[in-house]
Design a protein around this ligand. Structure first.
Ligand SMILES: Nc1ncnc2c1ncn2[C@@H]1O[C@H](COP(=O)(O)OP(=O)(O)OP(=O)(O)O)[C@@H](O)[C@H]1O
Ligand SMILES: [Mg+2]
Length: 308
């Protein structure tokens, strides 16, 4: 496995606040990694540490095997980034801004700047002054700036922040194409579940600086193992299956029960019910949305009041 970005027990304190607390993330080549958490969860602080803009209080970030704080130049040489709202010179054009910003980090060819503008769909407005740009166009220019150096890894802090639905859709499509067509690895933060579910292959959920869970979007959702079993006498059926270790009855309905069981338990549950004389007419796995999953996780984090 080719891990290109990793954090090891990464933490940041601001006074007594643990803004980021013991994060262990691993981003592999080709991932579109969603870093999901509500406002104030510690996303931007983590991303600032990834870019060497904030010094970790503990732990470290390694990108392409180099420690970001101690070897920033090498660690970030193939990284493009967009951190919150990008700042541009309003009286210069989009193209001039990209040129100027690229000069600060080693320079880029006019062709590379053209290609980045093209990729974010700004070619026809590239020679207009940034002060005439809409918010969405500025956000896309910010992404173009992250792409100018032809990075292998792109780190984006809330790339769709403040965009209208159409703008968000365009940026999501752009992000997907960076990975699918240009082979880039993408790490993006978001507080929008829908967005992460749409765009990302992997996700880590953080809340109050702590990592609640991480994994592939598909795995996280299927681990839930919720089954809806249509059965006669559901009250009695619920009592019967409750006797199986590691099966939990979540709900009893008029003609069905809803249970949570580890993957692969459907057959055992079915056998028990049938041999006990129940009529089982259907067993249907319930898909959890990332939204339900997220709230179940964040809810768990809320129980934990140990913040000092
Ligand atoms: N420079 C700072 N000094 C003190 N506290 C800070 C500083 N930067 C961030 N914090 C605090 O750290 C916590 C995490 O902030 P952070 O900006 O990383 O969250 P976030 O997940 O990016 O939130 P949002 O979704 O609102 O952008 C917050 O409680 C914030 O107030
Ligand atoms: Mg933020």
């Amino acid at each position: 496995m080719d891990t290109i970005l990793e954090t090891c027990n990464l933490g940041k304190r601001f006074g007594s606040l643990r803004a980021v607390d013991g994060l262990d993330l691993a981003v592999e080549r080709g991932d579109v990694f969603g870093f999901l958490g509500p406002n104030g969860a510690g996303k931007s602080t983590t991303i600032r540490m990834m870019l060497g803009l904030v010094r970790p209080s503990c732990g470290c970030v390694r990108i392409f095997g180099c420690d970001v704080w101690h070897d920033r130049g090498r660690a970030l040489s193939k990284v493009g980034a967009l951190v919150e709202s990008p700042a541009f010179y309003r009286y210069l054009t989009g193209r001039q801004n990209l040129w100027l910003l690229s000069e600060l980090s080693g320079g880029a060819s006019p062709e590379a700047i053209d290609a980045a503008l093209e990729r974010v769909g700004l070619s026809d407005r590239a020679d207009d002054k940034v002060r005439s740009y809409s918010h969405g166009m500025r956000q896309r220019l910010g992404i173009a700036q992250a792409l100018v150096c032809s990075p292998e890894l792109v780190i984006l802090d809330e790339p769709t922040n403040g965009l209208d639905p159409q703008g968000m859709k365009e940026v999501r499509e752009l992000i997907r194409s960076l990975a699918a067509e240009h082979g880039m690895t993408v790490f993006l933060s978001s507080h929008l579940l829908y967005e992460v579910e749409q765009v990302c292959t992997k996700v880590a959920v953080i809340h109050r600086g702590r990592q609640l869970v991480s994994g592939t979007v598909v795995d996280l959702l299927s681990h839930q193992g919720r089954l809806r079993i249509s059965v006669d006498r559901p009250q009695d059926a619920a009592a019967a299956v409750a006797g199986i270790d590691s099966v939990e009855v979540r709900r009893v309905e008029a003609d069905a029960i809803l249970i949570e069981a580890p993957n692969g338990f459907a057959a055992e549950v079915n056998r028990l019910l049938v041999t006990s004389g129940f009529d089982v007419s259907a067993i249907v796995p319930q898909t959890t949305t990332l939204e339900e999953f997220y709230f179940s996780q964040v809810g768990r984090g809320d129980d934990d009041t140990d913040q000092a």
